[in-house]
Write a protein that binds this ligand. Sequence first.
Ligand SMILES: [Zn+2]
Length: 254
Amino acid sequence: MILEKFKFNGKNLEDGPSWGMTDISMGTMRFRWNETNENRNAFLKKLCGSDKFPAAVELIHSKTVYDIESADETIGLQGDGIITRNKNIVPVVTVADCMPIYVFDTKCGTFGTLHSGWKGTGIVGKAVGIIIEEYGSRPEDICVAIGPHIGDCCYNVTEERAHYFIDNFCHDCVSKISEDNYSLSLTKANLAVLIKCGIPEDNIKIMDECTCCHKENGEFKFGSFRRQTLNLPSDMPLEERLTKFTVQAAFVKW
Ligand SMILES: [Zn+2]
């Protein structure tokens, strides 16, 4: 499992919350409100202990962020981000190639976890906006961490999607490989969002181990939608495909 501290003014922020993500060895953390995942429940119980409570949402690739005060506020809800000032809450999202983004405001204490796939890119701007507007924080008070996700080494997109990213984020987040085949860097697109928000680079930590191809001791370290569904029969229904890869849990915890 990955467990890290935020970076603030270029240094590890030891007296802040930690952010983390499970890996492939811990099994799937898939989450739906109408399903029971014993593996996930056991992991979260151990992570949270007796005094903390996980808060989750069912992901929909949106830019919807909930700012909550108690863990049960998100029950039954769909969205892609949870922020809170309550240290007893552990905001959890799931990822498998999509980018987990973690935020912590050193001034007002708001922290949270976001799920940012290609469609949701920009959700971090939404979360930062809420923190600044609701709590009067300044961009330089806010730390952001980007967790492991699919890197530009493995993320190929069409020309149409490449142009969407050039138009909405930055030029250098895509590069042309061949006709209608571009590589996309979600890291660069999100850095463009963060710079626009005014977050100092010294407050941004990036872990860019690629979930699709990164190996440790010869074994893939992370579950990956792209890698693990590549060789499935093309006529397999989507709902079944969605059960065939290892989903990671991403969280921030005091
Ligand atoms: Zn890769």
